[in-house]
Design a protein around this ligand. Structure first.
Ligand SMILES: [Zn+2]
Length: 369
């Protein structure tokens, strides 16, 4: 079975509403200054610039667990809340990212797959280094044992991965992490339910988007950054993004078999400007959005979707009502969510639901390797 990530981008721009700092932006990194892995690494100068912006006074960088706790409790989050996550426990986290984050005074979470650490994999941290991070206040999260494709595994295999990684964390760190990140960001309802049963407080995908209180805490979006797409205009757009809260998303399971899927959602009644909601797909550019009622929308894919990997995705942003081509992410085959840089006069809310479907098409460019 191959997995395919279609790139669907939904935008709505409109007059900024009074309010509701209702969301949080989770940013995601893998490697730092490892230029031989450009699709998963940022350069050190890019990372320095990101941290300079995050410490400029405009943003509220909180620990992931604080954001999750606030979302669970219904406590308001400050506007421009950002939380930093790093996947895979690469050595460059310890050598490059940590000193910079520590100097900047920014909290962060590292999601660790235990097996590569246990095996002493080249350019991964060892347990002493992970313990040093934890002792300094860095949050350690779980990323399974072997970094498997969870949607391709059966229940027993997944439970084994979760149990064995939990045992390794207990042995090495003295506690089991409460946060989880799906390897490759891949999850479906069955996988999600197993993660919930394991007792985690939240779980992350790696589909672009802004998390919000009424959203799914067990399939949280994150904005990934790599060398190609980490310039400051790109970074600023993402950390300034606002959520588009939706309910009644169909299909309910992001891992679907139908191609194309019958995709629909209902936008929260507090959101204005829905007459300008638009949907973009990496292959087709604009695709038809049918408005069934004031807040209910369904997406009409023109044809069966084909492989994204290798295709030229195009993305568009609504700035002042003018649709503009923005960029193409050929490296990862994934889309990104575009938001208005000037929220004073208008806002663009973005939603990028992760739809992962089983198909015979080749999917060859996992972002997180
Ligand atoms: Zn990973």
């Amino acid at each position: 079975m191959r997995l395919l990530f279609p790139a669907i981008l939904l935008l709505v721009s409109g007059v900024a509403e009074a309010a509701a700092p209702d969301g949080a932006v989770f940013v995601m990194y893998h490697r730092f200054g490892e230029s031989d892995y450009p699709t998963t690494s940022v350069t050190l100068s890019q990372f320095d610039a990101h941290l300079a912006l995050l410490t400029s006074g405009t943003y509220n960088v909180l620990p992931v667990s604080d954001v999750i706790a606030a979302m669970r409790a219904g406590t308001p989050l400050p506007d421009r809340t950002v939380a930093i996550t790093i996947d895979d426990a690469f050595l460059s986290v310890y050598e490059q990212a940590w000193p910079r984050l520590r100097k900047a005074g920014l909290p962060f979470t590292v999601f660790v797959a235990t097996q590569p650490v246990d095996q002493g994999t080249a350019r991964y941290m060892n347990w002493d280094q992970i313990r040093a991070l934890k002792a300094a206040g860095v949050t350690i999260g779980t990323h399974t044992e072997s970094h498997l494709h969870m949607t391709r595994a059966d229940d027993a295999e997944i439970r084994g991965e979760l149990d064995r990684s939990a045992a390794r964390f207990m042995a090495e760190l003295g506690e089991v992490p409460t946060l989880f990140a799906y390897p490759y960001g891949e999850a479906g309802s069955a996988v999600r339910n197993l993660v919930i049963k394991q007792g985690f407080s939240a779980a992350f995908g790696q589909h672009s988007g802004v998390a919000y209180r009424s959203g799914d805490l067990y399939f949280l979006p994150r904005f990934p950054f790599n060398e190609k797409f980490s310039d400051m205009a790109h970074f600023r757009q993402r950390v300034d993004a606002m959520a588009l809260p939706v309910i009644e998303v169909t299909p309910a399971d992001p891992l679907v078999a139908a191609n194309p899927p019958a995709f629909g959602f209902t936008v929260d009644a507090s959101i204005a400007g829905l007459d300008r909601l638009a949907c973009y797909h990496a292959e087709f550019d604009a695709i038809r959005v049918e408005r069934l009622s004031p807040n209910r929308f369904e997406i009409r894919f023109p044809v069966r979707t084909t492989a994204i990997a290798g295709s030229a995705g195009s993305f568009t942003s609504a700035e002042k009502g003018v649709w503009q081509r923005l960029f193409t992410d050929q490296a990862s085959g994934r889309s990104a969510t575009i938001v208005s840089p000037s929220r004073a006069s208008s806002s663009v809310r973005s939603l990028l639901p992760a739809i992962i479907w089983r198909s015979s098409f080749t999917y060859s460019a996992p972002f997180s390797e």
